[in-house]
Design a protein around this ligand. Structure first.
Ligand code: NI
Length: 195
């Protein structure tokens, strides 16, 4: 199959204050779409009974999915907690698992949590100006530890990498970042499944 390639340069604006692009529609992930992702399902259901809300948004610019192109955009992760657990993205492996990604934090305070199938965990702080390189074969998830600010990052990865959400949806991450005594703390995920 012939793959369509970009033949022209692009100029796409992402606002440094809110991460939004003025002429594109972001994909929104609602709290109701995060069922089963958080440790405290009882609190999640209580929150949902009061109303749904956006947990994060990200841009998919629809780049041609071939190995010569790059997919990029911003992720905007809003502040909040489900019980003691900070708002986070679902997290994913890439479908082509051996592909890397780069994140650059524009605003906010949080972490990028990474882990591979073998169980190696990487946790990097995300503050404005920090870039984090996600190595090939590592699942990755953003976590917002701020009380009032969104965590905004710019990302770029090989355009044909694809997303595998299912593995994390069914197994979870081995580690979680929760608030303990007012501080972010990394713990073992009691709900993590080995198979
Ligand atoms: Ni990714």
């Amino acid at each position: 199959m012939d793959q369509i390639k970009n033949k022209q340069s692009k100029n796409i604006k992402f606002n440094l204050k809110d991460g939004q692009s003025p002429d594109r529609e972001p994909i929104k992930r609602m709290l109701s779409q995060m069922e089963g992702m958080y440790l405290d399902n009882v609190t999640l259901n209580k929150m949902l009974s009061l109303g749904d809300r956006v947990v994060y948004e990200f841009y998919d610019l629809g780049m041609p999915e071939n190995s010569e192109e790059l997919a990029y955009g911003t992720t905007i992760l809003y502040p909040g907690k489900v019980g003691d657990e900070y708002f986070m993205t679902k997290g994913h492996f890439h479908a082509k698992i051996n592909t890397a990604e780069i994140y650059y934090c524009i605003k906010g305070k949080g972490y990028l949590l990474m882990e591979n199938i073998e169980g190696d965990t990487e946790l990097q702080e995300m503050t404005p100006g920090v870039s984090v390189y996600v190595p090939p074969a590592f699942a990755h998830r953003s976590i917002n530890i701020s009380k009032d600010e969104p965590l905004i990052s710019f990302f770029a990865f090989r355009a044909d990498a694809g997303h595998d959400y299912k593995t994390i949806e069914s197994k979870g991450f081995r580690k979680l970042v929760i608030e303990q005594n007012g501080h972010p703390t990394i713990i073992n995920n009691p709900k993590w499944k080995s198979t």
